[in-house]
Design a protein around this ligand. Structure first.
Ligand code: MN
Length: 406
């Protein structure tokens, strides 16, 4: 028995934190999430999987773009033609309020708001039960895990689909503990929601596949899905397959000692790799603390001129620098106007709405904070309040727009 496990497709995702992207690269960015989905379907077909699981956040927003819907439908239809069943759920980003209508191909089973179980029979007559649910609102604070049945005695394998995160009652994303999951005696827990690929338990696997395409600077590295195959001892083993056409990477050039502006630029151009191995890389460059920049080099760095010059000297967009910063060195005292400018810029980069929202979500996992802070506030009000306080305290300007967790 073999299946594909993916989550957090965020098909209509906006790439965040990018400006001045060349047009050739821009069209690749726009197409990236759907390209990753096309590759997912290709993989499912070539691997001849018995079924595909998509565990929530298929779309980035509750109101999906027409292009993203059409892309998903086309992908599901290709799997339908290939006779590959798909079991999917909606997550916190693409929650489906009561009455939502979807006309999926016949091979698709979409879970509703209460936990249900579907049973599939694979080509070799293996019986597989799959239990799951969809979000019908942005937050699901009541643990759903109690609603999942214990492993059905009539099936060969039982799989749980769960878009959520570790936590306790009151947390926002269908909170669960690994112990609660294991107590169901399932053979595999197909998780979604956390965009970083991670294994919470090995046997049986309790696994986040990570998202399909990194959306911003924090989502670095290869992104894709898991192909899960039954082993001779009846256990299930997931193997990662990269699918994202665009990868966010970090890079630190080799630089040492005092460097003036022309030397710094030449070093960067010479060292910058233009040989992205597979697909396009968006590169976040960090200069090492071992470098001593001249005043003009520092100014060019903080004002962004150096990055623009570096971009201007590249002959390809296959490996594209999107950020250039000096590594944080806490041992250096903050002195003078120039350091103030660096501090301001660093602040603007670090204190983004996205980061604050992510941080706020983590903080809200603490029940006492959750109860105290959120009693009368909506999530939007909460974030607005956090931003306001930060701006007041540190005189920071931050990007506008609503941001979300995972
Ligand atoms: Mn997500």
């Amino acid at each position: 028995m073999k299946f594909l496990h993916a989550a957090d497709l965020h098909l209509d995702t906006p790439f965040q934190g990018l400006t001045g992207v060349p047009s050739a690269l821009r069209s690749q960015l726009i197409a990236a999430p759907l390209t990753a989905l096309t590759r997912l379907v290709n993989l499912a077909i070539t691997e001849q999987v018995d079924f595909v699981l998509l565990v929530g956040d298929l779309f980035d927003q509750q109101a999906q773009s027409v292009a993203a819907q059409a892309g998903l439908m086309a992908a599901l239809e290709r799997l339908n033609v290939a006779r590959i069943p798909v079991v999917l759920s909606f997550g916190n980003h693409d929650y489906q309020p009561a009455g939502s209508q979807w006309h999926f191909p016949a091979n698709v089973h979409a879970f509703g708001p209460s936990v249900k179980t579907v049973t599939l029979t694979t080509a070799d007559q293996t019986q597989v039960a799959i239990s799951g649910f969809s979000y019908d609102q942005r937050w699901v604070t009541t643990p759903k895990i109690a609603d999942y049945p214990a492993k059905l005695p009539t099936v060969d394998y039982h799989i749980g689909m769960l878009h959520g995160q570790l936590g306790t009652a009151g947390d926002h994303y269908a909170p669960f503990s690994v112990g609660e999951l294991l107590a169901k005696h399932y053979d595999y827990w197909a998780l979604g929601h956390i965009h970083q690929r991670q294994t919470l338990n090995t046997v049986p696997p309790v696994v986040y596949p990570g998202n399909l395409q990194g959306r911003y600077r924090d989502e670095t590295g290869q992104k894709g899905c898991l192909i899960v195959e039954s082993q001779a001892d009846q256990t299930l083993r997931p193997v990662f397959h990269a699918l994202a056409p665009i990868t966010w990477t970090t890079w630190t050039p080799k630089l040492q000692g005092p460097v003036d502006r022309p030397t710094l630029l030449k070093q960067l151009v010479d060292q910058f790799s233009t040989t992205a191995e597979d697909g396009t890389e968006l590169v976040l460059i960090t200069l090492p603390t071992t470098v001593e920049l001249s005043a003009t080099a520092m100014l060019a760095l903080t004002q962004g001129a150096l990055l623009t010059q570096l971009q201007g000297q590249l002959t390809t967009t296959a490996c594209w620098p999107v950020d250039l910063q000096l590594a944080a060195d806490k041992s250096q005292p903050v002195l003078g106007g120039l350091d103030q400018a660096v501090w301001q810029q660093a602040g603007q980069r670090v204190v983004t709405t996205e980061q604050i929202a992510a941080l706020a979500d983590h903080l809200l996992a603490e029940p006492f904070l959750n109860q105290t802070l959120l009693e009368d506030l909506t999530p939007a009000q909460w974030r607005q309040r956090v931003l306001g306080l930060l701006q007041e305290q540190y005189h920071l300007t931050t990007e506008g727009g609503a941001a979300d967790g995972d």
